[in-house]
Design a protein around this ligand. Structure first.
Ligand SMILES: [Zn+2]
Length: 351
C-alpha cells in the first residue's frame, strides 16, 4: 500500500463541495438518540451500532432492510423544529469538514404528511437552509429527489414543485430509493420538467444496476451528475460517454462498502474512472448510517488507494465544478483548493 497518508496535507483544510448527502441520513447519532427518546420511540439496534450499517443491498432483501433503517431515522423528524435542527447541524458538521457548499437531497413526499404538504415542506427546508448558511458561512442548496419505487406521475408532481423553487434554493432534481425498481426512462417526463426550469439532473444510477441504468440516466434523463454511477467502470464505452458529456459521478466509498456495492474501499473505482477521464466528486451519502463523513471519504481514498494530494485536490475541484454553487462561491473554493495544494504538507520535508 502506498505510504502517502502519513505526509499528506490536512484534509479538513481542503475546501470542498459536498454533493451527495440525504437529509435524515446526515443526522448526528446523538440527535437521533435524543429525539427518539423524547418521542418514546424504540430504534433498531443497527442504527445505534457505532460501526454503522453493514448490509449487502445487492442481495435480495438487503435494500429493504437498509430502507427500513433509513425510515426509522426519518421517523424522528417529526415536525418543523426537528427539520431546522437537522439542517443547522448538517451545516455545522459540513463547515467543520471544510465544506463551503452543500447540496442536500430530500424527498418531500416522505415528510409532507407531517409538515403540511409538499410545498410547505420545501419552504421549511429552504428557510432552514438559509438560516444555517447565514450562521455557518457554508452555502446550502436543496435537491428534490423523487422516489423511483412510486408512480412516475408522483415524480412529475414533485418536479412541478421543484420548478416553483428553481432559483430560490432548489438546484437539482434527483431519483432515489431501490435502483432495482423503476428504470430511469420511466421518469423522463419529470426530469424534462425539472431541466426546463434550469435544475440540474442528478439521479442515482449505476449503483445496484449496471451500465444500462447509467445509459438510461444519461440518455433519457440527461444527467449532469449521477448518484454513485460506479458500475460504469464495467464498460470502457460507458466511461467514455460519461467523460465526453462531462457527467460527474458522486462516488461515496464508505456507502459502497457498507452496502456491499464494493468489497473494500480499494475496489471503489475512483482511479479507474478518473483514468478514463470521468469527473468524480466524493460524497458521504448517509453519514448517520455509515458513520463516515466527507473528510473520511477523502482520507479513505488517500489511505486505501494511495491517492496523492494532487489527485485529492482534483476530486475536490471536480465537486466544485459539478455543483450548483454560485460563481463567487465556486471561485473562492477553487482558489482555496489551489492554495491548499501550494501549502506545505503536514509532516513533510524538513529541508
Ligand atoms: Zn444516495
Amino acid at each position: 500500500m502506498p505510504d502517502v497518508g502519513a505526509a499528506g496535507r490536512d484534509l479538513t483544510a481542503l475546501p470542498k463541495a459536498h454533493l451527495h448527502l440525504h437529509l435524515a441520513g446526515s443526522m448526528r447519532p446523538a440527535t437521533l438518540v435524543e429525539l427518539a427518546g423524547a418521542q418514546g420511540r424504540r430504534l433498531p439496534g443497527e442504527l445505534l451500532a457505532p460501526a454503522g450499517t453493514r448490509l449487502d443491498v445487492t442481495a435480495r432483501r438487503g435494500w429493504s432492510r437498509f430502507q427500513r433503517l433509513y425510515d426509522a431515522a426519518r421517523e424522528v423528524v417529526a415536525g418543523p423544529g426537528e427539520v431546522r435542527r437537522l439542517v443547522g447541524e448538517i451545516a455545522q458538521d459540513e463547515r467543520a469538514a471544510g465544506s463551503g457548499w452543500v447540496e442536500v437531497q430530500v424527498d418531500p413526499s416522505s415528510y409532507a404528511s407531517r409538515l403540511g404538504g409538499l410545498q410547505p415542506t420545501v419552504e421549511l427546508v429552504l428557510d432552514a437552509m438559509r438560516e444555517a448558511a447565514d450562521t455557518t458561512g457554508t452555502g446550502m442548496a436543496l435537491v428534490i429527489a423523487a422516489n423511483r419505487t412510486r408512480h412516475p406521475g408522483d415524480a412529475e408532481t414533485l418536479a412541478r414543485v421543484a420548478k416553483r423553487f428553481a432559483g430560490k434554493g432548489v438546484v437539482g432534481f434527483g431519483l432515489s430509493n431501490d435502483e432495482t425498481r423503476g428504470r430511469p426512462e420511466e421518469f423522463a417526463k419529470a426530469f424534462r420538467i425539472a431541466r426546463d426550469a434550469g435544475l440540474l439532473s442528478v439521479p442515482h444510477a449505476g449503483e445496484l444496476r449496471g451500465i444500462r441504468s447509467v445509459h438510461g440516466a444519461v440518455e433519457a434523463l440527461h444527467a449532469d451528475r449521477l448518484g454513485h454511477g460506479v458500475r460504469a467502470v464495467e464498460d470502457p464505452a460507458t466511461m467514455a460517454l460519461l467523460a465526453e458529456r462531462g457527467v460527474v459521478l458522486e462516488v461515496c466509498p464508505a456507502s459502497n462498502v457498507a452496502l456491499g456495492v464494493a468489497g473494500a474501499v480499494e475496489l471503489v473505482p475512483v482511479r479507474e474512472l478518473r483514468a478514463a477521464g470521468v469527473r468524480v466528486a466524493l460524497g458521504a451519502d448517509d453519514p448517520l448510517l455509515f458513520r463516515s463523513g466527507l473528510v473520511d471519504q477523502y482520507a479513505a481514498v488517500r489511505d486505501q488507494q494511495g491517492l496523492s494530494d494532487e489527485a485529492l485536490a482534483a476530486l475536490a475541484a471536480d465537486a466544485v465544478r459539478g455543483s450548483a454553487a454560485p460563481d463567487d462561491v465556486r471561485a473562492r473554493l477553487l482558489s482555496g483548493i489551489e492554495a491548499w495544494l501550494s501549502s506545505a504538507p503536514a509532516g513533510g520535508s524538513a529541508s
